[in-house]
Design a protein around this ligand. Structure first.
Ligand SMILES: CC(C)(COP(=O)(O)OP(=O)(O)OC[C@H]1O[C@@H](n2cnc3c(N)ncnc32)[C@H](O)[C@@H]1OP(=O)(O)O)[C@@H](O)C(=O)NCCC(=O)NCCS
Length: 163
């Protein structure tokens, strides 16, 4: 895994500001790291499917590490030349509310801005996963679409933010 940001890096020092301090690193994962992501996905979402397809343009897979232990992941890819889509992500329960989700979001935003994308988008299910809705609203994301998803028995809300 390529380390892209560490909580002591000057560029990110204020923005990461996780209570995990020096222990937290955000790394860019490669195909070799998929087994670790699969374990995280299974623990966080209790499902085998990670995302429908990894055959995506500009696939970006981030892993959050507590020292060397993977504690979270975030995966996204190109939706169109302007919009980068964050498809799935989560943090192990015992590491939540310590800034890890936000650190991964910021790392993704930095990466995709460098790649030239203008907006970040994601879908979420507010009853099933309320934290991602709260975090989106607090981070300045707007609701741009909502519908009811019969498979998940929940509303699906799409958030977007101009980068
Ligand atoms: C969503 C998720 C990734 C957030 O990760 P996290 O590391 O706990 O998030 P952070 O600690 O960075 O939280 C950042 C901010 O989001 C908001 N937030 C996050 N979780 C929240 C919760 N459970 N309740 C209220 N606000 C919450 C808060 O504003 C928080 O800042 P604060 O702690 O300073 O108040 C995590 O809760 C998770 O994995 N949930 C299950 C899976 C999931 O929902 N994935 C997203 C599906 S679209």
């Amino acid at each position: 895994m390529e380390i892209i940001t560490h909580s002591t890096d000057s560029l990110f020092s204020t923005r990461l500001s996780s209570s995990l301090g020096d222990h937290l690193t955000i790394a860019e994962a490669q195909a070799d790291d998929l087994p670790e992501i699969a374990l995280l996905n299974d623990e966080i979402f209790q499902e085998e499917r990670i995302i429908n397809s990894f055959d995506r343009d500009d696939l970006l897979m981030l892993v959050a590490l507590y020292d060397d232990e993977p504690i979270g992941f975030k995966i996204g890819y190109r939706e169109n030349r302007f919009v980068f889509y964050s498809a799935k992500g989560g943090v192990k329960e015992q590491f939540r509310r310590q800034g890890v989700g936000k650190a991964m979001l910021y790392a993704m935003v930095d990466r995709v801005q460098q790649m030239g994308y203008k907006r970040l988008a994601y879908d979420t299910f507010p009853n099933m996963h309320p934290a991602m809705t709260i975090m989106g609203l607090r981070e300045g994301y707007s609701v741009v679409r909502a519908d009811f998803n019969h498979a998940y028995h929940d509303f699906r809300i799409r958030f977007e933010k101009k980068l």
